[in-house]
Design a protein around this ligand. Structure first.
Ligand SMILES: Cc1cc2nc3c(=O)[nH]c(=O)nc-3n(C[C@H](O)[C@H](O)[C@H](O)COP(=O)(O)OP(=O)(O)OC[C@H]3O[C@@H](n4cnc5c(N)ncnc54)[C@H](O)[C@@H]3O)c2cc1C
Length: 485
């Protein structure tokens, strides 16, 4: 989508720009331009987008881009549902020829080439030199780097073993696993039950007719898709909001002050010191959406407001509650909730609150032995025919990794082109620092509630920044590593 936003900016600024238009070099290691793995147009309908259609705004410059495509393809105006990911994949696929045509109209050449970039250096003129594994070199003024989500290596030692499902979003991971899906005694242990776990369950149930049980092991005591508006609230000792607290809020309090406090608390969740149990934003939203009356009562007791302040503030609290419910709904599809509930009703889900000891998993015979340390400290061994890696990706690339993607980032860090964000303890990179060095680090946010907005926002920012540097257009090359987010 960066390419879309970049062309949009160039078109917008066309009249104010003199000189030769830029050339765009689009490089991709797999030679799959416009194809993103999670959005394969050929994959099963069971795999759904992780947000409702109205949230799918891949370009903030053209917020209706996908919605118009969706209406055109389906004839439907219902933007509330969670659509199959293959439809979004078709959108990305169809976007490529449209973008190439648009570039041509603007007199911009886009060259697509299969190449794996292994190093990027600064030239003495502050341009960038790209080096490929194939031995080619290119010089460029700007670089949009979108090399995809980072792989979680926690279960790498199980790769290749029968019964290990490396990626629950891919049907062939199951087909090659050797697990007997028709046997009701078959148990599959799910490592980190997040959205990919739902992918796995949806494929197992709909494509493979699985009859067995799921052992869901997660550090939170409930997986997020089990949260519903009326769910009992989890024990708030897991995380206590600092900003949305009676003491921290003013009197009277407005809707915008409450929403600002909510967002600050969501931000706090990124701090492992404060958020020891690594609760996701959905936990906080669940807490707020179901505990607003209690929060209001605590606020009243703390501030003893007069009647007018109490009434105005009460309206603000109710609006806060609606915002939290809306945000929560965005993270959980009704299909996900229904499938989860149905499996629970059938007694096919064993939920364990604890942590799998990844390194201690063994396979002494046909079954895995999966040691789990529960939250109360007790260590239990579970036996399972399969292990599903439901956390195939982590939030951000970690330095020092062995993949080509991580080595490239390490090399760029050494060059000072990019750097880790000091405030973030989760290995995220400093976007602004990268831009200052002519590099935009894009795409691949894997978080449901944070990711979608963040990646569209970054695409737009980078496109605008790079285009503004081309007034007047002077330089010749703006490479783009494949980018679909
Ligand atoms: C199972 C799953 C479901 C998801 N569902 C959603 C969803 O519903 N909604 C959502 O917004 N997001 C979702 N995501 C997040 C998703 O990863 C991103 O939205 C999107 O796919 C990221 O696109 P990307 O272009 O950044 O990365 P990718 O699609 O991974 O593309 C990266 C490309 O970079 C190339 N590359 C890598 N290294 C190099 C190199 N050194 N040189 C040259 N080329 C290189 C690769 O060949 C690849 O083609 C999902 C992710 C997963 C894993």
């Amino acid at each position: 989508m960066f390419l879309h936003d970049y062309l949009y900016q160039l078109e917008k600024n066309k009249t104010s720009i003199a000189g030769t238009p830029p050339a765009i070099l689009w490089l991709d290691a797999g030679g799959r331009f416009g194809h993103a793995d999670p959005f394969d147009p050929q994959q099963s309908d069971a795999l759904l987008m992780n947000g409702p259609t109205y949230m799918l705004r891949p370009s903030l410059a053209k917020p209706d881009l996908f919605h118009n495509y969706y209406r055109g393809q389906t004839g439907s105006d219902d933007l509330e549902g969670f659509i199959p990911r293959n439809l979004y994949g078709r959108f990305l696929q169809d976007l490529v020829p449209a973008l190439l045509e648009k570039a041509q109209h603007l007199g911009i050449t886009i060259t697509r080439q299969q190449a794996t970039i292994t190093a990027i250096h600064k030239t003495p003129q502050r341009a960038l030199q790209l080096v490929s594994a194939e031995g080619q070199r290119w010089q460029a003024d700007h670089l949009a780097l979108a090399t995809g989500p980072a792989r979680n290596r926690a279960l790498d030692h199980l790769r290749g073993q029968s019964g290990f499902i490396d990626n629950p979003s891919r049907a062939n991971s199951f087909a090659n696993s050797g697990i007997d899906f028709s046997n009701p005694a078959t148990q599959i242990a799910c490592f980190g039950p997040g959205p990919s776990c739902f992918d796995g369950m949806a494929l197992l149930e709909k494509e493979f007719g699985f009859k067995g049980k799921y052992i869901l092991v997660g550090r939170a005591n409930i997986p997020f898709w089990s949260i519903q508006r009326n769910s009992p609230v989890p024990n708030d000792s897991h995380y206590r909001p600092r900003h949305l607290s009676a003491e921290a809020l003013p009197c009277p309090v407005t809707e915008s002050q409450l929403i600002a406090a909510l967002f600050k608390d969501i931000d706090d969740l990124k701090d492992p010191q404060h958020n020891r149990f690594e609760m996701g934003p959905e936990y906080l939203l669940n807490l707020v959406s179901s505990q607003t009356p209690a929060l209001y009562a605590r606020w009243q007791a703390q501030h003893r407001p007069d009647a007018l302040a109490a009434a105005q503030s009460h309206t603000a609290f109710l609006k806060l509650q609606r915002v939290a419910i809306k945000m929560l709904e965005q993270a959980v599809s009704p299909q996900m909730q229904a499938l989860y509930q149905n499996l629970k009703d059938q007694g096919r889900i064993l939920q364990v609150s604890g942590r799998i000891q990844e390194d201690a998993i063994t396979k002494p015979n046909a079954l895995f032995t999966v040691p789990v340390v529960r939250q109360d400290g007790l260590r239990l061994n579970y036996r399972s025919a399969g292990i599903m890696n439901c956390k195939p990706h982590v939030r951000s690339w970690q330095p020092g990794g062995a993949t080509a993607q991580e080595q490239l980032l390490a090399q760029m860090t050494e060059q000072g082109l990019i750097r880790q964000n000091k405030q973030e303890q989760l290995g995220l990179y400093d976007f602004i620092h990268g831009l200052q060095n002519r590099v935009a680090l894009l795409g691949a946010a894997t978080d449901v509630l944070w990711g979608v907005h963040l990646s569209s926002y970054k695409n737009g920012q980078a496109a605008e920044f790079f285009a503004s540097k081309l007034i007047p257009w002077q330089r010749q090359a703006t490479p783009v590593l494949q980018q679909n987010s």
